[in-house]
Every structure is written in structure tokens, then in C-alpha cells.
Design a binder for this molecule. Structure first.
Ligand code: ADP
Ligand code: MG
Length: 340
């Protein structure tokens, strides 16, 4: 990255790009944060009726984002992926810490990063409460804290036979954007504009997660691909699933692509940050209301089945009601693995 570096020291940097904005947020709405940036630890009040949900996600330059990525988008996405984990548990965000390694101090870059970070922090009322800053290869690690009423967190292990399987929003757009950036697919400018935000500024489904607390039996957020993440629910619940391929929710932009691309990207694309959850059939009406209230489509893609063999399986059904052969199904069931 070609850039202007600055002689700004570590503490001046923290003050200018993080503490000022954080103090402002905390002054207007402290929530359960008793002490923010500036001491050896931040302090959060714990309510005896609540449990804390804790999650970390690391974004590594060259692995999760390009070296020259737009820093404002990076700031947004670094927190978005963590809030998406809180959403999947049904947790309300309380605050987050930021551990940052920077190859150099570039004020314009940090300014933009901070802008994106605090835009999403404010949107979800999740203040920055501490962190660490060091020189090193560009790396962003966020730990987010949330809360749920005791025993109300939505776990991956709770799916029951006969549950409907639901997906929020649409899936496959971030993968389509990636294909366009890699010049694998040409997209007209208008289409690019529509799906750009899906990749760079995902909307974690925090309100949905909270609304699902008493409704969903299990949930997971879709970061590595719909079927790969659904498989986590099935494995932890010891279940199979039957999924109707033509029900996968796709955006108008993805629907312009070939059927093969549509299915491949929606099934295994990754980076969607939608929720996949299971709920009993009796909750269909209330889910319709939640969907209308949140202006967020919820799509029933299939159902949870008893496990037939000694490992969980997803049985894919085509538009004619026939089960896909293992050869047809296998590419759709792949998911992203950093070490595979
Ligand atoms: P310590 O050495 O005790 O770990 P530091 O000197 O590293 O503390 O940090 C000073 C204060 O600034 C601490 O409250 C810490 O949480 C906060 N801080 C450091 N880096 C960041 C950052 N990137 N974002 C937010 N807060 C930070
Ligand atoms: Mg330190």
C-alpha cells in the first residue's frame, strides 16, 4: 500500500481514531458499559438474569481482504462479522474490543477505517470499549460481547425432527460480487452497485436473532456457505435435512445468472451473513409477522429429518421433486475451509 505515514504515536492514535468516538457513544448511551477505553480493562455490568455471549473474528490482510481494500468497508465488515455471530445466538450487542496490527500509521486510512467501524457500531448500539494496537502485518481482530436472558441463547444443537429450515434475506450475492471482482463473470454497472454492499457492508441480522429467541430451536449465521453452515446445525443436533433446491432465496441480480451459477453460489457462496435457523411448523405464522415487521424475507427451504446413517446428511431435492444424485449434489455441498 503506497501511503503517507505519520509520526502519530500509539496513544495519540488511539485517542484520535477510537477513544473520542467511543467516549461520545458511551456518553449518549452507556448501556451496561461502566468503563470504556483508557484503563487496563473495560468494565461491563453483568445482570444475574442474563448470560454473556462472546465471539472473536480475525480479518487478515491477503486472506480475508485485499491489501488495497477500502478501509471504510473494512471497518464496517470487521464488526459486522462479529455482530452476525451474536445475532445467531439471539444475543443483544453490549460492546466490543479491537486488536489492531498496523504496518504503518496512515491517518487517512485510519480515519476511513474508524468511520466505517463507528457507523456500524452506532447502527447496532455496540460501543468500542477497549483493545490493543501494535505494529505488524495488517490484521484486525474484534471480540464482541452480547447478552441473552438465561438459557435463551439459540444453540446449534437444538434442531428437532420436523422443524422447518429457514433462511433470512438472500444468499449468494457476495459470491457473485467476488466472481465479478475476479473477472470470472461480467456484471453491468447497475448490478454491481446492487450487490457491492452485500459483500463489503453486510447487515448482521441482530434484530432477527433477538426476535427468534423463543421461536427457533437452532440457528447459525451463514459465513462459509449456506449448506456448510447448515451442516453445523445438523451435526450438532444429530439430524439430516431435506432441502428443496428451487426454494433457496436469491436476489434479482443472482437470478439473471445461469441456473448452475445460481444454485452453486446460493448453496455454497459464503460471506452472506444471513441467518439459517430451524423452528417448529407451529411457528410459521409468527415468523411471517416477524418477517413483515423487520422488512426481511424469511424463506422455508426444507425440513429437519432423523439421521439415517452415522453422519448428518443434506438430501437435496430438485424442481421435479427428485433427489439429486451424489455427483450432482457434491459440488453444492462444498463449503469454505481455510485449511482444506
Ligand atoms: P495495556 O498496555 O494496559 O494493555 P494499552 O496501553 O495497550 O493498555 O491501551 C491503552 C488503552 O487503550 C486501553 O484501555 C486499551 O483497551 C485501549 N486501546 C488500545 N488499543 C485500542 C484499539 N485499537 N481500540 C480501542 N481501544 C484500544
Ligand atoms: Mg497493550
Amino acid at each position: 500500500m503506497q501511503s503517507k505515514t505519520s509520526s502519530l504515536g500509539e496513544f495519540a492514535l488511539i485517542q484520535r481514531f477510537f477513544k473520542t468516538q467511543s467516549d461520545r457513544m458511551l456518553a449518549s448511551s452507556p448501556g451496561s458499559v461502566q468503563l470504556g477505553i483508557g484503563d487496563d480493562c473495560a468494565m461491563i455490568t453483568s445482570d444475574p438474569q442474563e448470560e454473556m455471549a462472546i465471539t472473536s473474528d480475525m480479518l487478515v490482510s491477503g486472506r480475508h481482504f485485499f491489501e488495497d481494500a477500502n478501509p471504510e468497508w473494512l471497518g464496517w465488515k470487521a464488526l459486522a462479522v462479529n455482530l452476525s455471530d451474536l445475532a445467531a445466538m439471539g444475543a443483544k450487542p453490549l460492546g466490543f474490543t479491537l486488536a489492531l496490527a498496523l504496518p504503518e500509521v496512515n491517518p487517512a486510512h485510519l480515519e476511513a477505517f474508524s468511520k466505517g467501524l463507528f457507523a456500524i457500531a452506532s447502527r447496532y448500539s455496540c460501543p468500542l470499549i477497549g483493545g490493543d494496537t501494535t505494529a505488524g502485518p495488517f490484521n484486525i481482530c474484534i471480540t464482541a460481547f452480547g447478552s441473552t436472558p438465561k438459557d435463551k441463547a439459540i444453540r446449534r444443537s437444538g434442531a428437532l425432527n420436523g422443524d422447518d429450515i429457514w433462511v433470512s434475506g438472500t444468499v449468494g450475492d457476495a459470491r457473485l460480487m467476488l466472481a465479478a471482482l475476479r473477472h470470472e463473470i461480467h456484471l453491468p454497472r447497475d448490478d454491481l452497485t446492487l450487490i457491492e454492499a452485500r459483500m463489503h457492508q453486510p447487515s448482521p441480522r441482530v434484530e432477527l436473532g433477538i426476535a427468534l429467541r423463543e421461536i427457533a430451536h437452532s440457528a447459525v449465521d451463514i459465513s462459509d456457505g449456506l449448506f456448510g453452515d447448515l451442516r453445523h446445525i445438523l451435526q450438532q443436533s444429530n439430524k439430516d435435512a431435506e432441502v428443496f433446491l428451487d426454494r433457496l432465496p436469491k436476489s434479482a441480480t443472482l437470478l439473471k445468472q445461469s441456473a448452475d451459477i445460481q444454485n452453486q453460489y446460493a448453496a455454497s457462496g459464503g460471506d452472506d451473513y444471513e441467518l439459517c435457523f430451524t423452528a417448529p411448523v407451529s411457528k410459521r405464522e409468527v415468523l411471517k409477522k416477524i418477517s413483515a415487521n423487520l422488512h426481511l424475507p424469511l424463506t422455508n427451504i426444507g425440513s429437519v429429518k432423523p439421521m439415517q446413517h452415522d453422519a448428518s446428511e443434506i438430501h437435496l431435492i430438485n424442481h421435479q421433486g427428485a433427489k439429486l444424485s451424489p455427483e450432482e449434489a457434491s459440488p453444492l455441498l462444498q463449503s469454505f475451509d481455510h485449511f482444506a
